[in-house]
Every structure is written in C-alpha cells, then in structure tokens.
Design a protein around this ligand. Structure first.
Ligand code: AMP
Ligand code: MG
Length: 477
C-alpha cells in the first residue's frame, strides 16, 4: 500500500474531527490485482473525480491519494429487533468531497478489508452483491428516489470464501453521509461525555444546517429525520421497493436509501411480499415498511432524549409529538405520489378510497404492479382494470381542468416502465459472474431512463415468466 503524491480535489475529513470513540483510523488491506469493471462517469464528473477513472488501485484502496487517512465508523444497531454492536467491518471512509455549494459527499470503499469492527467476518465482498448494489442504487437514483450512489466496482483478483469461493470485489459508495440511526445508538450508549452532543452537531451541520439556530436543535434534527424518512418510505412504496433489512444501522439520517443487501422489487402486488431468506417472520415485508420505519425512528428519538429536554418526562413528550407526526407525513407523501400515478393534479377527499380500491383489485387479481400502472390509460378500459373503478377514475379526472394529454404526461413521469426486475438482475449478475458484463451494462443503460418515451425492448418491461418461481434473496453479501 502506498500514498500517492497527488490528492483528490476539494477533499476533507471532517468525520475524523469527531471524538475518537466514533471511529478507528485504519487502512484498506491491499488486494493482488485490482481491475475496474464498472465506472460511473456521470457521477465522477459531478464529483470532479473524472481524472481518477483509470485508477483501480485507488478504488481498491491499494494506493491512497495524498492527505487521506481512512477510517472505519463505529455504530450499533437493532438487527431484526435485537440490539448489537456493529461498525464498518468491511468498509473504509476515505473522506468527503466538498461540492461547489459546500455540501459534503462521503466517499467510502466497501469490501476493502478487515477492521477492528469485523468480528468474525473477512472484511471482503463478492462481485455479484457489489454489482447488485451498483445496479439497484443507480436505478433508484434514476427513479428519483434518495439513495447512496455507486462510483465504481473493482474486482480484486482474489477469491472470497462464501458457501463456495467467489470472485472478490470492492464498491465505491458515495453518500450524503454514512450517519445511521445506529451511529446515534452507539454514541448514546458509549457513556462518554460530549460524544452524543458532538454527533448531533455534526449531523445538523451536514444535513440540516438551519436547525443550528432553532430553539431546540436536537428537536429540529428529529423533525427533519422523521420528515425525510416519511418521504423516503412513500417513494419506496410507490415503486414497489422492498429493502429487506431495515435494521436501525441501515437507516441513514440523510434520508437516503442505504445498504442494498437482500432488497428486491415487487412483480405481483402483494403487501406481504418478503424476499429475504432470513426474514422468516415477515418483519420487513413490503407492506410493513412504513411501520418499521417508525419503529426505527423511535429508537433514534430515544438516543436524543437527554438533549431534547433536561426534564425526562418533557423530553419524552417532545419526542412523541414528533413521532406521532410520522404517519400523517407518510400518508401525505404516499397519497400525493399515488395521485400522480393516476394522473391527478389536485387533492380530493375520496382519492384515498379510489387508490385503496385499485390496490385491492391488483392484490385480488395478482397483477404486476409496475406493468399495470405503466399500461393504465384513461381512454382505454381494456387494460384489464375493473370497469366500475375505471369509470370512477374517469369521472374524477373529468373534475380537473387538465386534458387527457396532460394527464398522460403526468402518469408517464410517475409510472416507470422499467425497474430492476428480479429476473433481469439475476440474469445480469449470473452473466457477470461468468465474466460477461454485457447484460449488466445493457440493463444499467435501460434503467437510466425508467420513464423513457423511446421504444424499450419488451424483455425489460414485462414481468418474469412463470418458470422464474418465487424470488429469494440472500444476505450473505
Ligand atoms: P449489513 O448486513 O451489510 O448491513 O452488515 C451488518 C454488519 O456486518 C456491518 O457492521 C458490516 O460491516 C458487517 N459485515 C458484513 N459483512 C462483513 C464481512 N464480510 N466482514 C466483516 N464485516 C462484515
Ligand atoms: Mg449495513
């Protein structure tokens, strides 16, 4: 491992100025033969890192640009409801790229070797799960959903031992920050004076600078995090996204989707859908996600209690008042998005019934969620929709001044035709595992413009064939 004479432009390490209990300085463990298999030139350009395109040794951690002292972050978390001490067991934060507007973006290597937080793990990642995170995070971004981004995937030239030996890889993840609910759980539990307050100050500076001047900054932070999660969860529900492992360490304060493990998208609409092999109780089922988000937010609020009010009872009251607001906020975001999916420009009281009736129909008829909305048309009742519902919807559309052309345009933007469908993702990753990256790049290209007006080959828009069977995702990433 070596340090390069040149540095990343406008790069900082503000996290390293926090109390040391929150992280451990450590370097990535060098790999034998790093090669870049995916590079995100658009993101690189946005970050001003385009000059580093041909630098697999940097994106594997073999070489560090000048001035960088990487670190692994400490955090805790409730995993399936059980509290555990965690931390970056296979990730290294290189630092933060400072954008023109002053915002900082974390640049982190994932799969870059063991750290003090690795427990029994090898600190490594396999190629397929890293390509999966790249593909789905970039698809989410193109769908307009807040998410961490993926800059590069580098193969290591080494094998990682899972159920069988697999090619190893390292992903470069870019995020508004890697602060998690679990980071606050760690800080609140560490019993060192000032740590929690520093972390709150840091989160405010990065994510809600205006909260610094609020009468109660910690409360303003809580409000912001609750609002961002309400928005995020609504967006997931709109596109049929199932995160799969909504542990508190996988909930980001920034409101970005983070940690693409066993996640997957609905084909057929069913709120009880679970993809993850380890989620036997259905804790993180599609329809449960908003309630789980609130559960996680409650854990977050608990970490802030001492900072919300010196009087413990008042602190609880304050936290509860914000948490009680989650459901209403979520519902507002969700309904507004569903209205857009139906081409509605205005909000009317009975819209919720219209939406719920439709979802009930999709569920009973086992319809493909994405294909149904993409094919829905106000002037064509032959798209297999309940005729009674269709005329109620048309009557509702007739109440607004907008033309059907305007309605169609609104619907087009709100109803993606392509999502990273499970069978497509599987096929692309299987091919990549055998050395053929072409299906991966083809799928990635189509996912860049999910509401495209262009002709999208039908194989990308239709659901899986009957022989694909029930989809199961595995956490062993
Ligand atoms: P995740 O399920 O990816 O959210 O990871 C949960 C925790 O396990 C985090 O603390 C990770 O850093 C850690 N972890 C996951 N895989 C590995 C690995 N191969 N080696 C070391 N730590 C790991
Ligand atoms: Mg995680």
């Amino acid at each position: 491992m070596s340090t390069l004479p040149i540095s990343f432009p406008r790069f900082e390490q503000s996290y390293a100025r926090l109390p040391e209990t929150l992280f451990d300085f450590c370097r990535p463990v060098a790999v034998s033969d790093p090669r870049c298999v995916v590079w995100n030139s658009a993101l690189a350009e946005a970050l001003g890192l385009e000059a580093w395109a041909d630098a697999p040794s940097v994106w594997s951690g073999n070489e560090l640009p000048g001035g960088i002292t990487p670190l692994a972050q400490a955090y805790a978390g409730h995993q399936f409801g059980q509290f555990t001490m965690l931390g970056d067991g296979r990730a290294h934060l290189l630092g933060e790229r400072v954008l023109e507007d002053g915002r900082k973006m974390d640049v982190q290597l994932k799969g870059s070797g063991r750290t003090v937080f690795s427990r029994g793990g090898d600190g490594r990642a396999a190629l397929e799960p890293m390509l999966r995170e790249y593909l789905i995070s970039e698809a989410m971004h193109a769908l307009g959903i807040p998410t961490t981004r993926s800059l590069a995937v580098v193969t290591t030239g080494e094998r990682v031992q899972r159920e069988r030996p697999l090619p190893g890889a390292i992903l470069t993840r870019v995020a508004a920050s890697h602060l998690r609910v679990g980071t606050f759980q760690y800080a609140a539990g560490c019993d060192e004076p000032g740590v929690l307050a520093s972390l709150i100050g840091y989160a405010i500076e990065r994510h809600v600078p205006e909260a610094a001047d609020a009468e109660n900054p910690a409360l303003a932070l809580l409000e912001d995090v609750v609002e961002k999660q309400a928005h995020l969860l609504a967006r997931w529900m709109h596109v049929g996204f199932v995160h799969g492992v909504m542990n508190t360490d996988n909930m980001a304060l920034s409101g970005e989707t983070i940690d693409y493990g066993p996640c997957a998208f609905l084909d057929v609409y069913d709120p009880e859908t679970v993809f993850s092999s380890i989620d036997r109780g259905g804790r993180y089922a599609y329809g449960n996600q908003p309630s789980i988000a609130l559960w996680n937010l409650s854990r977050f609020a608990e970490t802030l209690l001492t900072e919300l009010d010196p009087d413990p009872e008042k602190a609880v009251e304050r936290a509860e008042a914000v948490l009680y607001g989650f459901e209403g906020r979520f519902k507002q975001h969700w309904l507004n998005g569903m209205r857009a999916k139906l081409g509605l420009f205005t909000a009317e009281e009975p819209d919720e019934t219209l939406v719920q009736d439709l979802l009930g129909f999709l569920y009973r008829e086992e319809r493909d969620y994405t294909a149904f909305f993409a094919g829905l048309d106000p002037e064509n009742a032959n798209t297999g929709v309940d005729p009674q519902w269709h005329s109620a919807w048309r009557a509702r559309l007739a109440d607004q001044p907008q033309s059907f052309a305007e309605v169609r345009e609104r619907m087009r933007r709100a109803n993606p035709r392509v999502i990273p469908r499970n069978h497509l993702v599987e096929a692309a990753l299987n091919a990549a595992g055998e050395g053929d990256m072409a299906p991966f790049h083809a799928l990635l290209a189509v996912l860049q413009d999910p509401c495209s007006l262009e002709n999208i080959p039908e194989k990308y828009t239709r659901g899986p064939s009957a022989d694909f069977g029930p989809y199961v995702t595995y956490c062993g990433t």
